[in-house]
Design a protein around this ligand. Structure first.
Ligand SMILES: Nc1ncnc2c1ncn2[C@@H]1O[C@H](COP(=O)(O)OP(=O)(O)OP(=O)(O)O)[C@@H](O)[C@H]1O
Ligand SMILES: [Mg+2]
Length: 260
């Protein structure tokens, strides 16, 4: 579905993403992890068209999309959430999602259909607030759900979920993990999930890719990656070792406080 080759992003003399290559199969959930500033959000911004690559290529469903604008990526079926949610503050929860549904499909759907799709997306994320209420009453977890609903309302084939902002407690994190599993199962959406808390992520994803200083330092099954000496070194000092237990031990400690 997605093929990234030698993707590089430089800001002046600083290289934020350094020749990373990876591929993604339809239906997969890929976890993208790495310490603060390792290039995770920049990678999303490159795939979603918010930033143009300095070098390298991005192919999505056979089309070369590197450097194309965000609107083009969205209309081709790439939905993304932003690490820092910025909803339209004067619109209600449902209106925010309906805007995403309508413009995300290039205005090719009726307004009625946009409302329906907004409601479907809202149901998927299970936001308990009144859909007609303003967004300013939402806390961190609610804003994350709204962000996810807006991305889903664009009817993506690939969802880039940038969840790495703190503010969620462990229970909310686990809910977010279950939600992404559900989205894949029910809607057949392929997902790349950025998260800091490795234990929760490791239980849901099929594969993990680890970035450090913009470089890919590991990729593979969660179990393998958790044992990789370079990964352990990068996460040294935290409780990362628990991630090995979290995987394959569904009832066990999720290592929820293993932070980058
Ligand atoms: N527009 C920009 N201009 C200059 N530097 C940038 C820009 N965007 C990101 N960077 C830098 O690139 C590096 C990677 O940032 P990025 O946001 O991709 O990290 P991240 O892995 O998402 O981190 P976090 O876990 O904190 O979200 C950081 O050093 C950041 O300061
Ligand atoms: Mg980030």
């Amino acid at each position: 579905m997605l093929s990234v080759t030698n993707l590089t992003k430089r800001f002046g003399g600083f290289t934020a993403v350094d020749r990373i290559s990876f591929a993604l199969e339809q239906g997969e959930i890929l976890g993208l992890i790495g310490p603060n500033g390792s290039g995770k959000s920049t990678t999303f911004n490159l795939i979603a068209g918010t930033l143009a690559p300095s070098e390298g290529s991005i192919s999505f469903l056979g089309q070369d999309i590197g450097g194309r604008p965000p609107m083009a990526a969205c209309h081709l079926g790439i939905g993304r959430t932003f690490q820092i949610p910025r909803p339209f503050k004067r619109l209600s929860i449902l209106e925010n999602i309906a805007v995403a549904a309508y413009y995300g499909q290039n205005g090719q759907i009726s307004r009625t259909r946009a409302w329906e799709q907004a409601e479907e997306a809202l149901n998927l994320v299970n936001l308990p607030s009144d859909p007609k209420s303003p967004v300013d009453g939402l806390g961190a977890a609610g804003l994350k759900k709204l962000e996810l609903a807006r991305a889903l309302a664009t009817q993506p084939k690939l969802l880039l979920a940038d969840e790495s902002l703190g503010g969620l407690d462990e229970h909310e994190m686990e809910q977010a993990a279950d939600m992404l599993s559900l989205i894949r199962r029910e809607k057949n959406i392929t997902i790349i999930w950025v998260e800091h808390i490795m234990g929760v992520l490791m239980r849901v994803v099929d594969r993990v890719m680890v970035l450090d200083h913009g470089e890919k330092i590991a990729e593979g099954l969660p179990r393998e990656v958790a044992r990789d000496p370079r990964v352990i070194e990068v996460y040294l000092g935290s409780e990362e070792i628990k991630i090995a237990d979290a995987q394959g031990d569904a009832g066990g400690d999720a290592g929820g406080d293993a932070r980058a």
